[in-house]
Design a binder for this molecule. Structure first.
Ligand code: 5GP
Length: 207
């Protein structure tokens, strides 16, 4: 296309343990054109997690300072920790015409929907709730009470699916990635996204 299109903001959300992180990582290793926003959190790093790669690990005070300075596009408290998306990176990347993907929990996704209703909202769903519990236990990073807490949060999160544009079942990571890439591609081809730009394009007028 001869004219520059603004990037697409893709919000990938869904219950904890559904595999958002795994799916995002897989999309990354496919060298998909999606750019990944690194979130800020007050949670302690898990083994192997690196500051500035997996998250920006910050204190609660530092996080609250970011909220006060309006440096976060959205933020949410999740199981006792704060998580948020730095707004600067997202805006700059979209302006450059690149697509950005946010991997965030559902409260944050609802905030993005209020601020950027034109974003693309994809709900990643587990094949079943019992499968979800297996995955949370299988991760082995959570205590018994945290698992129960995450499961009860997950059940209410499933109800929020109605706010999204698409639902992708994460039965197999590769298939989930295929579906997400197909959705993003189709979104780029939507008439509603493109028609104004076509009308403004000189070459198109001359035909
Ligand atoms: P975890 O502690 O397992 O890394 O993440 C817990 C939850 O927080 C996951 O559902 C993850 O998607 C979500 N999360 C990660 N970053 C953000 C963020 O920037 N904003 C919001 N709202 N949720 C986030």
């Amino acid at each position: 296309m001869s004219f520059k299109e603004k990037g697409l903001l893709v919000v990938l959300s869904g219950p904890s343990g559904v595999g958002k992180g795994t799916v995002c990582k897989a999309l990354r290793s496919r060298r998909s054109a999606l750019q990944y926003s690194i979130s800020v959190t007050t949670r302690k790093p898990r083994q192997g997690e690196i500051d500035g790669v997996h998250y920006f690990f910050r204190t609660r005070e530092q996080f609250q300072e970011m909220i006060r300075k309006e440096e976060l596009l959205e933020w949410a408290e999740y199981v006792g920790n704060l998580y948020g998306t730095p707004v600067g990176y997202v805006k700059e990347t979209l302006e450059k015409g690149q697509d950005v993907i946010l991997e965030i929990e559902v409260q944050g996704a609802l905030q993005v929907k209020r601020r950027f209703p034109e974003a693309l909202f994809i709900f990643l769903a587990p094949p079943s709730l019992s499968e979800l519990k297996k995955r949370i236990i299988g991760r082995g990073t959570e205590t018994e009470s945290l698992i129960e807490n995450r499961m009860s949060v997950a059940k209410s999160e499933m109800e929020l699916m109605e706010n999204y544009n698409y639902v992708v079942v994460n039965d197999q990571v590769d298939k989930a990635c295929d579906r997400i890439e197909a959705i993003v591609l189709a979104e780029h081809c939507k008439v509603a996204r493109l028609i104004e730009k076509y009308r403004k394009n000189k070459e198109f007028d001359e035909r």
